[in-house]
Ligand binder design. Structure first.
Ligand SMILES: [Zn+2]
Length: 275
């Protein structure tokens, strides 16, 4: 059973909701850490001879096109993480469409191939109060074949959304949705597939959950960010929640990822979808 490994290619300063501390107009002045950290991820994947899906942020592609060419040159799948890293529910439909197409066009011109996958910043395709579910229709209308933006979680995402890959039907056609790995608990689903959850919950619990899902024939999806592999301290005072989410036990990421790659098989979303 091959699971799915994904990377959101964004720099340390592409953090949602910190515009009051670091507005996008200041991104130009921030130290770029992207090349060094992406190289670490590529070296790790090379060691295990496996390919992953890289969701590239348009802003990164524009500033550091070398990074896109380097990832693509090594045979990994290139997908889109949008352009400006604003949550979908904070955008109007026309703003979202503009952000989506700007990144898609930019990346496709760089790699000379069609981009078929999208992941929203911070899993921000939601229903209810922060409704942004309309984005799914726009993805289908713009020829995306899959999406990976709906987390089955309470605080971000749609708490009762399916936890395994599934198909969404729209008036314009179908699209496949790939949710991140979660674990059921008394408190609802827990985010063990990447970020702080992957670093904090016991590895044996994560491994057992993956084994159980794989035994039922379901691949799981793991995600990480270049900054998860960095011990760099950002030169700004982040709110404590952001500091925890982005940097809590960050030193354990590499060890966790290595354990996962040792214990399980991984591939890209494209290969899982199209074979
Ligand atoms: Zn992101």
């Amino acid at each position: 059973m091959k699971n799915i490994l994904t990377v959101d290619v964004e720099d340390w300063y592409h953090i949602c909701d910190i515009e009051h501390i670091l507005p996008p107009s200041c991104w130009d002045q921030c130290e770029s850490r992207i090349l060094t950290n992406v190289e670490k991820i590529l070296n790790l994947l090379n060691r295990f001879k496996l390919k992953a899906t890289f969701f590239i942020l348009g802003d990164v592609a524009e500033r550091t096109s070398d990074v896109v060419r380097m990832i693509h040159g090594e045979g990994h799948e290139i997908a889109s993480h949008g352009y400006g890293h604003v949550q979908v529910y904070k955008q109007r439909e026309d703003e979202f469409l503009q952000d989506l197409l700007r990144s898609k066009t930019l990346i496709e011109e760089m790699i000379g191939e069609k981009v078929i996958g999208y992941r929203a910043p911070e899993w921000s395709i939601c229903k209810g109060k922060r409704d942004s579910y309309w984005a799914i229709d726009l993805l289908v209308q713009n020829r995306f074949l899959y999406d990976s933006s709906i987390a089955p979680l309470r605080f971000i995402g749609i708490p009762n959304a399916p936890t395994k890959p599934y198909t969404l039907t729209t008036p314009y056609g179908d699209i496949k949705e790939f949710p991140p790995l979660t674990m059921r608990s008394f408190f609802g689903n827990l985010p063990i597939g990447g970020g702080w959850g992957l670093r904090i919950f016991p590895y044996r619990t994560i491994r057992r959950t993956i084994n159980q899902l794989n035994a039922l024939g379901h691949p799981v999806l793991i995600f990480c960010h270049p900054s998860d592999f960095d011990t760099f301290h950002p030169p700004i005072a982040l709110p404590w929640v952001k500091r925890f989410v982005c940097y809590g036990r960050v030193r354990t990421t590499e060890e966790r990822m290595t354990q996962l790659l040792n214990d399980f098989e991984f591939s890209t979303v494209r290969e899982t979808l199209l074979g």
